[in-house]
Design a protein around this ligand. Structure first.
Ligand SMILES: NC(=O)c1ccc[n+]([C@@H]2O[C@H](COP(=O)([O-])OP(=O)(O)OC[C@H]3O[C@@H](n4cnc5c(N)ncnc54)[C@H](O)[C@@H]3O)[C@@H](O)[C@H]2O)c1
Length: 337
């Protein structure tokens, strides 16, 4: 069975990917420092899959431990999720973000190269596009990341591009995610942010279970259907399937490949609130507030390259996203606690 190292595998997207890797016949191995996740996730993965993933708790920047891990296991490929991801926090603490995201990535790539492991799938982000010049956004769109988090993603993309030019044995997939939402249908794993959620749907869902009073809607005067911001939300199960497809793709395609992972459909904040209310049967109070600096009106993917090259496309609609997100949140109102 092929062993796949999943960095950040105890996190939101990582844990769902570990489940999908088992289903696809791989043996996932997790490394996570638990800075934004909880060890109980490993038990939940076992409950879902009947298999307990091998789990190492350490920071990716610890090259010696990483080296030991690669000596102990015959790693076929790596899926690299580990990193810090809150845009606002990255503006306040750029050094911490660059240190964690860039040093973590460099440490990983260095050890991979040492052990001749050259296959990698990297979690990039649609935030590398910044304020898009047009929608839908193709992979060829201009890149103008507007904050340290997005710049750290773009820098890692560039490291990997350089690596593939210098060493043709590398096969790298850069997946640019749009807005992952929802959860595994078991209700056992899902997104459990530390502190107030940075993303819309986790915030709405926490209002739904009474953990927060109301949703702040930042800006109702954008040039969109109802004046509120429009984004491309993608079910986490569709997102993780793109990783399985990317693993298959890079097996035969050396070099550095970039793919958007989005549905190609945009929903406004008010449409998201309305869809959540239908799925949950819970009324969500909201308040209109002024625009936030740096927010864009509309952002959604052109996913056609992923369709043709990876044979991947999103299959879950908005109702399924809401249903699965609500199941997770209502069955775990306080998260993993
Ligand atoms: N969730 C999103 O909206 C979104 C969108 C675009 C891209 N991404 C990217 O996808 C990846 C996964 O996102 P997520 O939502 O699952 O985040 P997450 O915070 O739930 O998962 C990241 C995991 O990495 C771990 N980690 C962080 N730094 C580490 C380090 N130095 N060493 C070891 N472990 C470390 C954390 O403990 C956490 O479990 C991130 O790289 C993120 O930037 C996420």
């Amino acid at each position: 069975m092929k062993q796949i190292l999943v960095t950040g595998g105890a996190g939101y997207i990582g844990s769902h990917t570990v489940v999908a890797l088992y289903e696809a016949g791989f043996q996932p191995i997790i490394v996570d420092n638990l800075s934004n996740s909880k060890v109980v996730v490993i038990d939940r993965i076992e409950q879902i899959t009947g298999q307990r993933p091998i789990f190492y708790q350490f920071d990716l920047r610890d090259g010696a431990q990483l080296d030991q891990l690669f000596k102990r296991h015959n790693i076929d490929a790596v899926i690299h999720f580990a990193g810090l991801k809150a845009v606002g926090e990255s503006v306040e603490q750029p050094l911490r973000y660059y240190q964690c995201n860039l040093e973590g990535a460099l440490s990983l790539f260095h050890v991979m190269a040492k052990h001749a492991c050259h296959r990698l799938v990297f979690s990039s982000s649609a935030s590398v596009y910044g304020d898009p010049v047009a929608v839908p956004i193709p992979e060829t769109a201009p890149l103008q990341p507007t904050n340290p988090y997005a710049r750290s993603k773009r820098m890692i993309e560039e490291f990997l591009g350089d690596l593939c030019v210098a060493s043709p044995e590398w096969s790298v997939s850069l997946l640019r995610y749009f807005n992952p939402v929802a959860a595994h249908p078991s209700g056992l794993i899902g997104e459990d942010p530390n502190g107030p959620p940075n993303n819309l749907l986790p915030y709405i869902a926490q209002v739904g279970v009474g953990r927060r009073e109301f949703v702040s809607v930042f800006g109702d005067d954008y040039d969109t259907r109802d004046g509120t911001g429009v984004r491309d939300y993608i079910h986490v199960l569709d997102l993780v399937e793109a990783h399985i497809k990317a693993l298959a793709f890079i097996k035969h395609e050396p070099g550095c490949h970039i793919h958007n992972v989005g549905t190609g459909i945009g929903y406004s904040v008010l449409e998201m609130i309305a869809a959540f209310e239908i799925a949950s049967g819970v009324a969500i109070p909201y308040r209109m507030e002024s625009r936030r600096a740096g927010d864009v009106a509309t952002c959604f993917a052109d996913p056609s390259l992923s369709k043709t090259q990876l044979a991947w496309e999103a299959r879950h609609d908005l109702a399924a996203m809401m249903r699965d997100h609500w199941r997770w949140q209502s069955e775990n109102p306080a998260g993993y606690v």
